[in-house]
Design a binder for this molecule. Sequence first.
Ligand SMILES: *[C@@H]1O[C@H](CO)[C@@H](O)[C@H](O)[C@H]1NC(C)=O
Length: 452
Amino acid sequence: MAVVEVVVLVAAAVVVVVVVVAVAVVVVVVVVVVVLVVVVVVLLRSNFTLLHLHSILLKKHQTPPRGPAAPFPLPALLHSPPPRSLRYQLTVPSPPKPTDAKLILFSDFPDYYELEGRQGPKGLAHCTIPGPKGQQTRCELTVDNRRFQQADAVLFYSHGKHHMNDLGFDPVKRPGSTWTFFAVESPIHSLNTLFNDAAFHNKFNSTMTYRTDSEFWHGYFRTQRRKPPASPEESRAEEIELRRVFRKKSKMAAVFVSNCGAPSRRDVYVRELQKHIPVDVYGNCGPLRCQDRKACDEMLNKDYKFYLAFENSLCYDYITEKLLKILSARRVVPVVRGGADYSRLAPKNSVVDTSKFSSIAHLAAHLKELAADEEKWIQMFQWSSSWEVKGPDLPFCEYCQHLYSAQRSSNLYSNVYQWWSKGTCYPVKDVPRSLIQGRLLSFVDNIRSLWA
Ligand SMILES: *[C@@H]1O[C@H](CO)[C@@H](O)[C@H](O)[C@H]1NC(C)=O
């Protein structure tokens, strides 16, 4: 064979190999692109949010899973104050120095709880329990993670921590110690994937959250009987005042929003509602501003008939202080939209719940009717002669007492992360899908809020 022929053969072989490799690369790229396009299209079409991802990954459940049965009575929520026996019934005239204080570690609590360098939050500082034979006992609190192994109880604050290193200690449960899951924000804003780790399975004895199935409940607001109830004269005076205020009100509805494009897509809901009735949007996400909190509240009470107390997430039992403020002011009817059962948590006939209407147009029609009918509007305040609403009350003292109680629970949460997140928030269903724009963006926002 001539050298030339060899060269030609080698060259031909090289060309063939190059062509085959090129074709293979092109095929792979095309397949990847097609798969990506399909995924993005499916996500967009299904109005995808991170919650969907969660429910897909964790298998969706309609009702939130229950934790173990509480080893002691739960605070009664149904329009009655919590049982006195569980609350601050302690009469403690300057107790002697405690002999066996229980140590509670508040792990990862934000500074605004002001646990550091003080005797403790209001409930705990003076929470002293008469022990056996007149002995006084109490709880000592610490935020010092180095005392983890000494602690009788650890409250784990759940908010955006995802690595063991963030904890500051090795989470090995000391025999006999009590672990409690603590959260304030909705699962979307308080998830802590760390607790999904096997190290935390079957370790948590109890939970302290706004969810009514938590052993230690601290709702953003509580409904309780007004003591004493308003006298007939008071009620009469209140009614006269309400009528006077009603007649002077010149505007329909207002909403104050600072977190635009929240997972509940209340922005879209408000825009739809605006097609039927005037809604003034104040704050970062709207055109209107008012000077300060006090001025805003006064303006609201004076001018508006309704306030839209829409939650940023639609989650089980999740009602925030928005509603508390409006109900306490008692001059504006709250229109509520959230994942909670308002008929159970709010005073009877005190709110207009958007979920009770088959469409935004029906809601708007109802609001127009109320706004035009003084008698009906006034009726929305009748609850306030026998009920009142109160702010949150962290049950730290109750918790401390519980640590001394002889009752020990062998029930542990198998996976508190799932208890908190699995099927506990709901996708947006009350706005036509086609209206939810920037879905990918809100998806990205959700991820950011989760992993930030
Ligand atoms: C919490 O669980 C542990 C077992 O991990 C148990 O020993 C302890 O008594 C429990 N605490 C309470 C208050 O029930």
